[in-house]
Design a protein around this ligand. Sequence first.
Ligand SMILES: Nc1ncnc2c1ncn2[C@@H]1O[C@H](COP(=O)(O)OP(=O)(O)O)[C@@H](O)[C@H]1O
Ligand SMILES: [Mg+2]
Length: 256
Amino acid sequence: MLELMNVKKSYDNVTILNDINLEIEDGEIVSILGPSGCGKTTLLNLILGITDADSGKIIFNGKDLTHVPMEKRGFNIVFQDYALFPNLNVYQNITYGLRNKPNISTKNEVEDMIHLLGLEEHLHKRIDQLSGGQKQRVALARTMVMKPEILLLDEPLSALDGVIKESIKDRIKTIAKEFHLTTIIVTHDPEEALTLSDRVMIVNEGKIAQYGKPEEIIETPKDSFVKKFILNQLEIKKNNIYSLFASEHQAKVQTA
Ligand SMILES: Nc1ncnc2c1ncn2[C@@H]1O[C@H](COP(=O)(O)OP(=O)(O)O)[C@@H](O)[C@H]1O
Ligand SMILES: [Mg+2]
């Protein structure tokens, strides 16, 4: 279990995260959801160990990690921009982290991960020859072969759309469940959060506005922010879809 206790973080005297308390169970997929600039990436960076909290504690399986450096925490992140190496091919990118720690994954385990993410036919390609969804899969594979204790993903779907987005969503779910891997996903999109995760944490103005199962959040939004942010956005999407149908219908009527 991962616990954050009374975690605070400011930048230049501006409070970004104010007294964050949370628990994430082993194997759980949790989304951190909130508007742009609300501190989601900062929260991921604190968990990962890139950034230090001003106060509070980070505990993992009973062990205090608050002052443990990033490389000793055993967590791993897929950055928002994937951060793949353009001068290396797909296979070299996937196995990059193993150069210094070759015993973490066997050759078979690397091959299994390549297979699970459907990357066999792309292994010799350069990164700039890949689509967005393929890059995301390479970034996932590269992180997974390092066998992280917690998988952190910063906006993994925001550069993708339609069918590709759904397929990456499924792959993230498959990986998290198959490896019973605690997975924390940052997103600003309520639909992504609600359809991808076991629990959703909604952040507003440096605090957790609500933390619960998707159905709890939809059925009993805790405050007006949650209502507005989540339900309105979902409603807007629904209305857009309806109006799309309506205009298609109209177009049909007109051309008939
Ligand atoms: N290293 C930093 N130095 C100063 N301010 C920062 C730094 N990192 C983030 N911030 C500020 O903290 C706030 C939250 O940023 P961030 O965590 O990136 O938000 P989100 O990921 O939710 O969009 C923003 O106002 C951002 O400008
Ligand atoms: Mg961010």
